[in-house]
Design a protein around this ligand. Structure first.
Ligand SMILES: Cc1cc2nc3c(=O)[nH]c(=O)nc-3n(C[C@H](O)[C@H](O)[C@H](O)COP(=O)(O)OP(=O)(O)OC[C@H]3O[C@@H](n4cnc5c(N)ncnc54)[C@H](O)[C@@H]3O)c2cc1C
Length: 493
């Protein structure tokens, strides 16, 4: 393929501006042009992130305090899942560990052996889970010997405009206008796009960040869509911001399972974002809207907004001279806040190829596509895990989720866990073994037999080890600042 001297980014949402900022920061001597349409606007949701965003911020040189001030941001230690296994139960998936995973010191194994009555709650063994429960926060580098990761919540519209300011300052050209037609090259690629006011914009490489429209990859090149909705049937969401509640800014996202889907709660500095992700096969839009309004922390600040989508992704992400990133490439569903992570993953791969001395050849493109296909599949499996282990039978959605035919890759992982307590890890994972363990534990899903190697520790030794870790975590967390206080200090820098 040719040199990509002139790169056109179609779309100015999170995907478009993340891409443009990375391109103008990381590559020299290219022209980067972003086309966006105020009239069409951005999707305006996508306010909870994954720890990888810290790496993006580091690579493009974003200062944390500046970023949090500009985006109304707060810290996120993970997600609290309410009512997923049974109504009335809850568990956390935070970005921290549960000690050793294997051998006689396998913490989950010893915990299982002793049981909750002796060993206490399993979540008490995970530092960021206890921090979340206690509403406390502190950056991991300030706590010695306690590795964990964190992410952020932010206002999606403010985030896109923040990235835009940075990208334009560093040399990205911004064109306001609506694309009404696309001109093709003889080889099938895209030559240029035509705007409603008559302008024509040429490029060597087009990054399709046009959101659910998938203007270039989907509509123009007609790349087929791989539909996941038989596994992930949610296809609508009501979103609504509201006044914050009196109980402070919690350092985690909440996901509450409901009759036909689940509701999110994302606390920002001045408001709380709420949404209800649901499947129209199982609940009507009106009933889903009513259920969302019952979940709100406080007075709504706007009318609920309805979004429609299909879970899945384009078969390939890079075709001819078009690369899709963001919603134009695909969407799983927001349960584990992985969309921005997937943008970042695609963007990282793209940057490596563009920065390399060698031209991008067909093998590199195939590798790019294969890697992202696998990553979508791994994350899809992890999200399905939250649903398929449910013990709920109170509505049709949960009955179907409990009985669904799983993707082979997930069925095999569940088999390995049930039969031998092995947490399999593949390439291109989004989530590591600890994250899988957090969901298995939260859903009370354990191997059928105990590993005999656990007997190498006496029950007393096991009990002592678990008590020591639990107490050390509790002592540490008691000294940490409340999330709002820590955030306030950072914002004042
Ligand atoms: C209900 C819901 C909840 C979500 N929650 C999360 C979450 O918690 N965490 C997470 O990581 N992700 C989440 N996501 C996904 C997240 O919103 C997106 O990944 C992210 O916002 C990126 O969107 P985008 O930039 O691809 O698309 P958009 O924001 O829709 O941007 C598309 C851009 O293309 C432009 N455009 C389109 N057509 C044209 C045209 N013809 N001419 C000119 N410009 C055009 C638009 O104007 C806009 O600028 C969620 C998504 C949904 C639907």
């Amino acid at each position: 393929m040719s040199n990509f001297d002139r790169i056109v980014v179609v779309g100015g949402g999170t995907a478009g501006w993340m891409t443009a900022l990375a391109l103008v920061t990381g590559l020299r001597g290219r022209t980067v042009e972003v086309i966006e349409s105020e009239e069409i606007g951005i999707v305006g949701v996508g306010e909870a992130t994954f720890p990888s965003i810290l790496e993006y911020n580091r690579l493009v040189g974003i200062d944390e305090a500046d970023f949090l001030r500009a985006t109304e941001g707060t810290y996120k230690l993970g997600v609290e899942f309410r009512d997923w296994r049974q109504q009335g139960e809850s568990y956390f998936h935070t970005f921290g560990d549960f000690g050793s995973l294997t051998g006689s010191h396998s913490l989950w194994g010893q915990h299982r052996r002793l049981g909750d009555a002796v060993a206490g709650a399993f979540g008490a063994q995970c530092l960021p889970t206890v921090m979340a429960q206690e509403g406390r926060f502190c950056a991991p580098n300030a706590i010695q010997g306690a590795p964990f990761k964190y992410a952020y919540h932010f206002d999606a519209s403010l985030y896109a405009s923040y990235l835009r300011r940075l990208a334009v300052r560093r040399g990205a050209n911004r064109t306001e206008g609506r694309i009404i037609a696309v001109k093709r090259r003889e080889d099938g690629g895209v030559r240029s796009v035509l705007l409603a006011d008559g302008r024509e914009i040429h490029g060597d490489l087009f990054i399709d960040c046009s959101g659910f429209r998938s203007l270039l990859l989907g509509r123009t090149l007609e790349e087929p869509f791989v539909d996941f909705s038989h596994w992930l049937p949610v296809d609508r969401a009501w979103a609504c911001p509201c006044e914050p509640s009196g109980d402070g800014i919690t350092p985690y996202t909440r996901a509450t399972a409901l009759e036909g889907g689940w509701a999110w709660r994302i606390p920002l500095q001045q408001r709380t974002g709420h949404g209800h992700v649901f499947s129209s096969r199982y609940i009507s839009e009106e009933r889903a809207r009513d259920q969302l309004l019952q979940q709100l922390d406080g007075r709504p600040l706007a009318e609920p907004r309805l979004l429609r989508f299909t879970t899945g992704h384009r078969q390939r992400f890079w075709v001819h001279n078009v690369v899709a990133l963001g919603l134009s490439a695909g969407f799983l569903e927001p349960l584990e806040s992985t969309s921005i992570f997937l943008i970042q993953s695609g963007l990282g791969r793209l940057m490596r190829l563009l920065a390399a001395a060698a031209p991008v050849d067909a093998a590199a493109v195939e590798d790019f596509n294969g890697g992202l296909v696998r990553q979508f599949a791994r994350i899809r499996d992890f999200i399905i895990l939250h649903y398929c282990l449910t013990a709920r039978r109170d509505s049709a959605l949960w009955r179907d989720m409990a009985g669904m035919a799983l993707p082979e890759t997930l069925a095999f992982r569940l088999h390995a866990w049930r039969e031998s307590g092995v947490l399999l890890e593949y390439d291109e994972e989004g989530f590591d073994a600890t994250s899988w363990l957090a969901i298995h534990a939260g859903m009370d899903h354990w191997p059928g037999r105990a590993d005999p190697v656990l007997q190498e520790l006496s029950r007393e030794q096991a009990q002592q080890a678990l008590a020591q870790r639990r107490e050390a975590i509790a002592r540490l967390v008691a000294q940490l600042p409340a999330h709002a206080d820590y955030l306030g200090q950072v914002l004042a820098r």
